[in-house]
Design a protein. Sequence first.
Lengths: 630, 188
Amino acid sequence: MGLVSRGAAAAGVGAASAVVRPGPPHAVPHPIPTPPPEGAALGSSRVPGMVLKAFFPTCCASADSGLLVGRWVPEQSSAVVLAVVHFPFIPLQVKELLAQVHQAGRVGLAVLGTWCHRRQEAEESLGHFLEGLGTIFSHEPWLQLCREQGSKLWSCKATRRQVPPCPGTPYEDQVMLVFYDQRKVLLSQLHPPAALPDCLAGDAAPSAGGLAAVFDTVARSEALFRSDRFDDGPVRLSHWQSDGVEASILAELAKRASGPVCVLLACLLSLVSAASACRLFKLWPLSFVWSKLSVCEQLRHRLEQLTLVFSTQKAENPTQLMRKANVLVSVLLDVALGLALLSWLRGKDRIGPLAEALVPVADHVAEELQHLLQWLMGAPAGLKMNRALDQVLGRFFLYHLHLWISYIHLMSPFIERILWHVGLSACLGLTVALSILSDIIALLTFHIYCFYVYGARLYCLKICGLSSLWRLFRGKKWNVLRQRVDSCSYDLDQLFIGTLLFTILVFLLPTTALYYLVFTLLRLLVVAVQGLMHLLVDLINSLPLYSLGLRLCRPYRLAAGVKFRVLEHEAGRPLRLLMQINPLPYGRVVHTYRLPSCGCHPTHPWGSLCRKLFFGELIYPWRQRGDKQA
Amino acid sequence: MEDERSFSDICGGRLALQRRYYSPSCREFCLSCPRLSLRSLTAVTCTVWLAAYGLFTLCENSMILSAAIFITLLGLLGYLHFVKIDQETLLIIDSLGIQMTSSYASGKESTTFIEMGKVKDVVINEAIYMQKVIYYLCILLKDPMEPHGISQVVPVFQSAKPRLDCLIEVYRSCQEILAHQKATSASP
């Protein structure tokens, strides 16, 4: 057996079918020389070599002796060790396995060196034999790691065979060992801090950042980890799965079942969306109503999300997979909360009392409004209003209110039925129930909206008239062509009438302004209540619950970076570091994986809002999808 | 090789700097901040409870007292977990990068690692902090777009805030390693 190995080494070319086995032990001097002492006086002509980083998986630290298989990254001068090949092996089969992995993952693996785990004292010849293997698998530089059984002392050597291009660089490099947990690095996903511009994002990841290369290498070499030690393959490997391939029955069942379930649900959803897109709903009154109700918006959003989740296309990258998972968890939570609400409503039979309380509440609100109008028609807050205008406006609004109350009383027998059906819709999700509630509030306070519109229009007209008559008073005019104020000579009668009208409008201003102020405040109150509900709906829609749960339970899956810890160190021995995964902070998880909301939130900055309020322009608190397209 | 020296921070508190030289290419600096003093803790607790007792005598509602106890406990836990930093460590490894760790009083550790390829230089900067002018050590990061530009300045030892003498020690060691790194990366 020893003859075969020495013969192979002497020939310089591995024989095709020669099986390489470790030679018999015989006394040889210590095969691995101690590395050069730190800080020894180097010759003046030598340049200190770059430190070679060897990334070693923690699962292989207790493996038997063998060959190191992995990837060499020359730009960072680092060797990423993926597995250990044990004796006996046939060199050709090892090379075939590496070629297979190369084809599967497009990552160039090679035999990097030898690994020696000394079990007994008398295995010193192993080292000598291992050195000979360097001729069969030639690699620059050739790594030699050695460890005593049960001790924490490692020794490493990296040698170069070829003559270095510039004289003076040593034949040996210093080695730094970095241990990493292979399973965690394989499963984790790096989130780089800075967003690369589009031109750089297309580059292959290994060239960007040294540590991203390690993650990428391990991820692409998944084909190497498929076999475990119970398989009867040609090559015996040691890696994180060599004690048994990880699998879960539930996950496998779910994968099998997801195919037909997805197809079925995708068909159902396409039917529903086809029905909702039919021509009947595009007729004018219906389409207008649909676009104004927020519950339709929410249902449409949910339909889109469910179509995304149950589409039969597989997710292309991890981000899409996370998005699908987030949407699914969000929908499930929504439905669960909705069902909880439903059971609470049904449990103590709350719908009846609720419906009975609704009409008196509406009556009460209307009564309060009536009191308010009577107050405005008198001398509100001690201000003296213009009697005639005051009476006209007050009576107009009172009549409008009276109409509204009659309408509510007309609807009162049907309220309980309506509420029952609305409660039923909570099983579609809490967000749908909240949207319906928001719509009901909007419908019940429709009279306040009308009052606001009347008051705002009146005020706006008054302000326009005042501004143009003020210009006339000063002898100026608005030039529409040039979009600026120009001087103008008016006739005497024009000036006279203009000034008269201006005076009238100025003295009527406080009355109109007061009505406008009061109704705008009421409207803003209603908008604030609706806005709160929309905020809650938005929160449930867009919070990435699956990602947050993953960050809580499996923090290594979402990695912001790595962190290092220096392990026990002895002078003269190589430096040993432990590389651990630094998980992503919660804020960044939410920011990265946030789901797009349906966009129904206030879009006005405060400055423009105040400006619109001052000039009496109507405020539309949120843009609905229909408005955006229009 | 390990040694410990004591310095002072910008407010005059005592700091302990522990230096560990693992190898010529790997050094660690550990700054320990002064611990939470019993005096300030007692003062804050007494203030909060006196205020709560004052409110209680006004409102005659015993919920205020229990609320004050809860607030004090939660506030202390939150302070220890999110605010009070016990130790700040700087680990510099040639050809890998620079790592900064802050360990909080509750045991939580927050780590940032910057790869050596992104580090342009380590410098001592001056800054105006409230009414003082202080020195702080910071890491300059390279700009991927511009070869001579700086994309970010990362300050180190932000909560310990040591004085210039301590900073000079750390600065010298970092510069030795960075010089070595530049020499080896320049050679083929």
